[in-house]
Ligand binder design. Structure first.
Ligand SMILES: Nc1ncnc2c1ncn2[C@@H]1O[C@H](COP(=O)(O)OP(=O)(O)OP(=O)(O)O)[C@@H](O)[C@H]1O
Ligand SMILES: [Mg+2]
Length: 298
């Protein structure tokens, strides 16, 4: 398994009475695209602010490349590039001039690197045009390019496709994937499930400041299926029968009830009825993750 490059332990932030982030434990591995998925107000930007040493945690710790990060000790951040929201660009300067200016914030960014980045972000042809004439997607790619100037090995992006049209989103996603394929670790936040599905290897799902799931995207999606709770005369026998269904994942019996995950209620009831068991009560239940995913896709 790859090395962990970013880790948070019981990381929490309160703004007065408001708990924005509550005891979160993130593990981001080298070379992956890690998605931080959550609805508006879930605590994504606050978490990113703490990771970047901009916001003081109320509790907990952050480890970046095996070094602690605090607002006063953040040397590890030299190896991080970030883009939070829309990039700060000077509108009357060209793409190339903006990059040249931003390169001065770092040591030793040679001119060749700027040419290389313009090519990578697909703006070589537009390099000499003033940024004020750029589309939102072009500006966002330029912002991403600026975050790459010093060749960071981790890039942190807060909602990088926010405000882009579908084509712009696709361009940014393609670029992210390309960077990952070249070995850069990427941490990105999003409130769009289909976006993280398309671009991320692993995700953490945050809701009301808490991590409700973390793992490979496919794994989490398969876990998020609905479950059915049935009241039957013989729950143990019913459990055995339900286990025969191909998609049944988890079966729990409790008193007069049996609960099965990954199966539609009609399928469960029909299967039991075929085997002589008629449930006296049927309750469809959505997992926390599924209801969150519904919220994120609607
Ligand atoms: N400086 C602040 N002072 C007080 N409350 C804050 C502050 N910053 C964030 N919050 C609150 O903390 C919670 C988390 O906010 P945060 O911006 O981290 O969410 P988010 O997941 O980034 O949301 P969005 O998708 O809208 O960007 C919200 O309830 C927000 O109102
Ligand atoms: Mg935010």
């Amino acid at each position: 398994m790859s090395k962990i490059v970013l880790q948070t332990d019981n990381l929490s932030k309160k703004f007065g009475e408001v708990t924005a982030v509550q005891s979160i434990n993130l593990r981001v591995r080298q070379g992956e695209v890690f998605g931080f998925l959550g609805p508006n107000g879930a605590g994504k930007t606050t978490t990113i602010g703490m990771v970047l040493g901009l916001i003081h945690p109320t509790e907990g710790s952050i480890t970046l490349f095996d070094q602690p990060v605090t607002p006063s000790h953040n040397r590890a951040l030299q190896n991080v590039g970030s883009l939070i929201g829309a990039p700060a660009l000077l509108p009357y300067l060209s793409a190339q001039e903006n990059l040249q200016l931003l390169a001065k914030l770092h040591d030793g960014v040679e001119n060749g690197r700027i040419t290389e980045i313009l090519d990578l972000i697909g703006l070589s042809q537009a390099a000499d045009r003033p940024v004020k004439g750029f589309s939102t997607g072009m500006k966002q790619r330029l912002g991403l390019g600026a975050a790459l100037l010093h060749r960071p090995s981790l890039i942190i992006l807060d909602e990088p496709t926010n405000g882009l049209d579908p084509a712009g989103m696709r361009e940014v996603r393609t670029l992210i994937r390309q960077l990952a394929d070249e070995g850069t670790t990427i941490f990105l936040s999003s409130h769009l499930l289909h976006e993280v599905e398309q671009v991320c290897d692993r995700i953490a799902v945050i809701r009301q400041g808490q991590i409700v799931a973390q793992g490979a995207v496919e794994e989490l999606l398969s876990q998020s299926g609905q479950s059915v709770k049935l009241k039957v005369k013989n729950p143990a026998k019913a459990g055995e029968l339900l286990a025969q269904l191909p998609n049944a994942t988890k079966i729990v019996t409790n008193g007069a009830y049996v609960q099965v995950s990954g199966v539609e209620s009609e399928t469960a009831v029909a299967h039991l009825a075929q085997n002589g068991i008629i449930p006296s009560e049927v309750q469809s239940q959505k997992s926390d993750l599924e209801s969150l995913f519904l919220e994120l896709t609607k």
